[in-house]
Design a protein around this ligand. Structure first.
Ligand SMILES: Cc1ncc(COP(=O)(O)O)c(C=O)c1O
Length: 381
C-alpha cells in the first residue's frame, strides 16, 4: 500500500462498536472491565486509549516501523528514549540540534551523570573519534533546526552498527513523507508531531517509531510510568492532520523552493539555507536520503537584530512565532527564540547568528508569500 493510502486507512478501520467511519474520540480515562483480569484490551488511558492506538499504528506504518508510541510532546518522546540510558552511559550528539533537546541534555540528563559529546556530524571522522567504550547511543537530527544541515543517516547508522550503539533520528523536519530513517538503518525515529505530522499548529505532541521489541518495551514502560501521553482529543486531531500529510508536504516543499529561489536574488539577503539548492553543502546527501527537501528555509539578512526585527514587524502573511510545520507560514528568530538555551558562543559556532531568520513556509499561495517577503525585505533599514 502506498503512503497516501496508508495515511488514510492504517489503524483506522470502522469502529467495531458503532460502525463509525472515522476513529472516535474515546474521551475516557478508564474502561469498564467484564470481570477481574478480563477486559476489551484497554484499562486506563495513561497506559493506552483506542484513539491513541489508531494514531500510534498509523505513524508506525508511515515510518515503516513495527511499533509506534505517541507522547504529549516531542520532548517527552525524546526523554522516554533517553531514559533507556544509565549513569555513566555516553551519547554522541550533533553540535547542531533543536534548542529544547540541548536543554534536556544539559539541564536534565547531564546532572544524572549521563555523558554527552557534541561533535560535527557533517564529518564522519569526528563521529568515529567521539566513540568511547561507554558509548550507547548516537543522536541524529537531520535536517537540523534551524540551519538545515544534512547528516548522512546511512553512513552514521552503519558506524553505530559496527560499534553496537543505538541510533536515533529526529525526523521532525523531513516528516516520514520525505525521509524514512528506519529504512536507512536507524534503530529509533522520534518526532515532534506538533510540526508536520499534525500540521495545523493546534496540538503539542511527539512520537517514537522503532522495530526492536526490547527498546519498545523500555520506552513504553517510561511512557506508562511517567505519563507523558497525548489526550484522546489531541490524538484525534493529530490523526486527522496526518491523513493529509502527503498533500501538505508536497505543497510546503513547492512553496519553500519558490521562497528559497526568491531570497537568493535579494540584495538585503546575505545567505540562504535550503537543502534543495544545489549550492547547499548537504544537497547531494539530501538527494540520496530524502524524497523531498521539506518546507523550511532559513536565511541571513544583511544586518543584525535590528534589521531582523524590522523585517518581522513588516510581515503580514508570515507570522513571528515559535514552531513550524503548520499550514500557515511562520517566521522565527532562532537566536533568542528556539535556541536561547545554547550559550552565545555555541550559537555563533553552529551559525545561529543574530541575523538568522527561519521561515516555516506554509501552503498559502506562493504569490502572497513572495509579495510579503518582498515588502518586508525592502523595509529593513
Ligand atoms: C527538531 C525538533 N525536535 C523536537 C522538538 C520538540 O518538540 P515539542 O515542542 O513537540 O516538544 C522540536 C520543537 O520545535 C523540534 O524542532
Amino acid at each position: 500500500m502506498k503512503f497516501e493510502t496508508k495515511a488514510i486507512l492504517i489503524g483506522q478501520a470502522a469502529d467495531t462498536a458503532t460502525g463509525a467511519t472515522i476513529v472516535p474520540i474515546y474521551q475516557t480515562s478508564t474502561f469498564t472491565q467484564q470481570e477481574v483480569n478480563k477486559n476489551k484490551g484497554y484499562e486506563y488511558s495513561r497506559v493506552s486509549n483506542p484513539t491513541r492506538t489508531a494514531l500510534d499504528t498509523c505513524i508506525a506504518s508511515l515510518e515503516e516501523g513495527k511499533y509506534g508510541l505517541t507522547f504529549s510532546s516531542g520532548l517527552a518522546a525524546e526523554h522516554a528514549i533517553l531514559s533507556m540510558l544509565r549513569p555513566g552511559d555516553h551519547v554522541i550528539v550533533p553540535e547542531d540540534m533543536y534548542g529544547g533537546t540541548y536543554r534536556l541534555i544539559k539541564l536534565i540528563l547531564e546532572p544524572y551523570n549521563i555523558l554527552f559529546s557534541f561533535t560535527d556530524f557533517t564529518d564522519l571522522d569526528c563521529i568515529q573519534k567521539a566513540f568511547i567504550p561507554a558509548t550507547k547511543m548516537v543522536w541524529i537530527e537531520t535536517p537540523t533546526n534551524p540551519v538545515l544541515k544534512i547528516f548522512d543517516i546511512k553512513a552514521i547508522t552503519d558506524l553505530c552498527h559496527e560499534k553496537n550503539a543505538i541510533s536515533v533520528v529526529d525526523n521532525t523536519f523531513a516528516s516520514p513523507f520525505f525521509q524514512k530513517p528506519l529504512l536507512l538503518g536507524a534503530d529509533i525515529v522520534v518526532h515532534s508531531t506538533t510540526k508536520y505530522i499534525n500540521g495545523h499548529s493546534d496540538i503539542i505532541g511527539g512520537a517514537v517509531v522503532l522495530n526492536d521489541t526490547g527498546y519498545y518495551e523500555k520506552i513504553q514502560l517510561t511512557q506508562k510510568s511517567v505519563g507523558a501521553t497525548p489526550s484522546p482529543f489531541d490524538s484525534w486531531l493529530t490523526l486527522r492532520g496526518l491523513r493529509t500529510l502527503a498533500l501538505r508536504m508536497r505543497q510546503h516543499e513547492q512553496n519553500a523552493f519558490q521562497v528559497a529561489l526568491f531570497l537568493e536574488k535579494q540584495k538585503t539577503v546575505e545567505k540562504v539555507f535550503f537543502p534543495g539548492l544545489e549550492t547547499h553543502p548537504g544537497h547531494e546527501i539530501a538527494k540520496k536520503q530524502m524524497t523531498g527537501y521539506g518546507g523550511i528555509v532559513s536565511f541571513r539578512i544583511k544586518g543584525g537584530m535590528q534589521e531582523a526585527n524590522n523585517f518581522f514587524k513588516k510581515l503580514k502573511v508570515f507570522q513571528l512565532a515559535d514552531s513550524l510545520g503548520g499550514v500557515e507560514s511562520l517566521a522565527n528568530y532562532s537566536y533568542t527564540m528556539t535556541h536561547e538555551a545554547f550559550p552565545v558562543e555555541l550559537r555563533k559556532k553552529i551559525g545561529v547568528t543574530d541575523n538568522l531568520i527561519r521561515l516555516s513556509v506554509g501552503i498559502e499561495h506562493f504569490d502572497d508569500l513572495l509579495a510579503d517577503l518582498d515588502y518586508a525585505l525592502k523595509e529593513i533599514n
